[in-house]
Design a binder for this molecule. Sequence first.
Ligand code: SF4
Ligand code: SF4
Length: 281
Amino acid sequence: MTISPSKCVACGNCTYVCPMGAIYIDPRTRRATINRRECVECYACFNGMSQEHLNPTFVRTARRVFQLFRLRFDPEPDVCPTAAFEPDELQWPRVVRRAFSDPRVPHESTGVEGRGTEEVKTNDVTGRVQAGEVGFTIEFGRPGVGVWFRDIQTLCTELARAGVQFEKKNPITSLMSDVAAGAIREDIMDEKVLSAIVEIKAPVERAEEIIRLVWDVEKRIDTVVAIGVGSRCDRAGEEDIVAPILERLGYKLERAKTNIGLGRITNRQAAGEAQTSGVVR
Ligand code: SF4
Ligand code: SF4
């Protein structure tokens, strides 16, 4: 994303819209400017603000005249008065930023919009997590922090070393050059995205070990991490294998919501069997 210096009138409205805090008013040029390193190409500025098409020279003159009388001429807070945003034609590898940050763009690898995955919460129809297994969604960057691929890689290589299984239909997995090693393609290491989810599964008896591994790596990377845990319920809708482990680790479990039927049936054997329960930190 770029802002046209010839159109921007430095009203400052867009600086509040950017979830990454990447837009600032440059005191030297007196124009809104985007820090390209921090911009994750989420398009919230371009799509989230109404674009008026006022003449920039007229707006600047009006603002100066009003200032003489100690008055302000400001547009409505959700408006860019001069339609100054100009989306770039994104090339590889920068286009990866938009794929993970603009919720309206589907991921090419999975065809799913948003973070590109249906996650374990659709396990009642996808059957990704089987009896005796525990599934994890490890989410990076939310809210409003973002994550660099090199930090995602740090955790993925540790998880791979621990021998977990990465979910195939996941955008991060599809960007790995070596799934067995948890290695992500070198050419996107310096790309930053709004958020991303790594999905893995492991035998249920390794649940505590995996959670402790994530806790440990989280301290070494520059982002926020949230762990989602999914396991199969019994026919009565209860779960008494993973839940006690989570409680022992300090999580307070409460049944908050039950997701049934949110996904497409991709595993008929699993459909009709037990559901999935989850806890999110
Ligand atoms: S909202 Fe538009 S005119 Fe106002 S500072 Fe941002 S880009 Fe410039
Ligand atoms: S595209 Fe998103 S991250 Fe980039 S400047 Fe606009 S709101 Fe900020």
